[in-house]
Design a protein around this ligand. Structure first.
Ligand code: GLU
Length: 285
């Protein structure tokens, strides 16, 4: 179901500054930019919650490369690392509903428990969390926190889906999809090192930026089930989605940031024009 070209939408491109953008990103950014339609708006969001992998030099390069391609966006650019208070507010709402719990497990403990139980359900992101910390008493939780043990905050998926009820989301290409967040188990919404997560930050930001149409790669379609659940729990109006095809290299492999010869920057330095790079990305408008 194609949307009318005259529809006006609020769209966004939300790269993580962990490397230079390649032509797959150009395709994704152009898809979002053109989907805004007449009278719509386009936002650029820098998803830089990971302090180890994200670098300011890549943020600068993203802005420069997108400008070179001819894109213009609303200002200010939203940098997720500047908005931790917004994510905490959402976490507090979920806490008040009794849907978050602290989890003190290390990766090794989780792995060992999965091996021991021998039957961990497998979600789209790997084995689901086996629930070790789900039923700790309040007293035990407080003791461990008081002892300064690091913890993540996980969603109690069973409780959350019971409260939210059945949910679905609309994709412009795939039509209506039933949300099945339970497949992921008790996902982490706030990490040990940063008090948010991809799933939480993206949901809060799309809401706060008034995004009406989320365009992003098809690899992220499964995550939309979690985002839809969070929208339900936080009383956000859900946007529509367009999960677009992924751009592959000549061998059929999906492009990654390590494929530096396909970076916008490298192509530009070797003399390609913006129009040529747009054409190479496969974007047809
Ligand atoms: N930051 C994500 C990435 O670079 C994209 C997130 C999204 O579009 O929802 O892959």
């Amino acid at each position: 179901m194609a949307k009318s070209k005259t529809a006006s939408e609020v769209t966004r491109f939300a790269p993580s500054p962990t490397g230079y953008l390649h032509i797959g990103h150009a395709f994704s950014a152009l898809t979002a930019y053109h989907a805004r339609g007449k009278g719509g708006s386009f936002h650029l969001r820098i998803e830089d919650i990971d302090p180890v992998r994200c670098k300011d030099e890549f943020t600068d390069a993203i802005l420069e490369d997108l400008k070179w391609l001819g894109l213009e966006w609303e200002t200010p650019v939203r940098k997720q690392s500047d908005h931790m208070a917004d994510y905490e507010k959402a976490l507090q709402k979920l806490t008040l509903k009794g849907l978050l719990y602290p989890c003190f497990c290390t990766r090794t403990e989780i792995k060992a428990e999965i091996v021991k139980s021998g039957h961990a359900p497998h979600g789209p992101d790997g084995p689901a969390y086996p629930g070790i910390c789900r039923n700790l008493s309040d007293e035990k939780r407080e003791d461990r926190m008081d002892d300064g043990e690091a913890y993540v905050r996980r969603i109690d998926m069973k409780g959350a889906t019971a409260i939210a009820g059945p949910l679905g989301w609309k994709d412009l290409g795939m039509g209506m999809n039933k949300a099945q967040p339970e497949k992921f188990g008790d996902v982490v919404l706030a990490r040990k090192d940063v008090p948010t997560s991809y799933h939480l930050a993206v949901t809060v930001d799309d809401h706060l930026q008034g995004v009406t149409l989320v365009t992003r790669g098809a690899d992220l379609a499964p995550s939309t089930d979690i985002h839809r659940l969070l929208q339900g729990l936080l009383s956000y109006t859900p946007p529509a989605y367009h999960h677009h095809r992924l751009i592959k290299d000549t061998t059929g492999r999906r492009l990654a940031k390590r494929d530096q010869d396909m970076s916008i920057r490298a192509l530009r330095e070797s003399g390609y024009t913006p129009e040529e790079v747009v054409a190479m990305s496969g974007f047809e408008g």
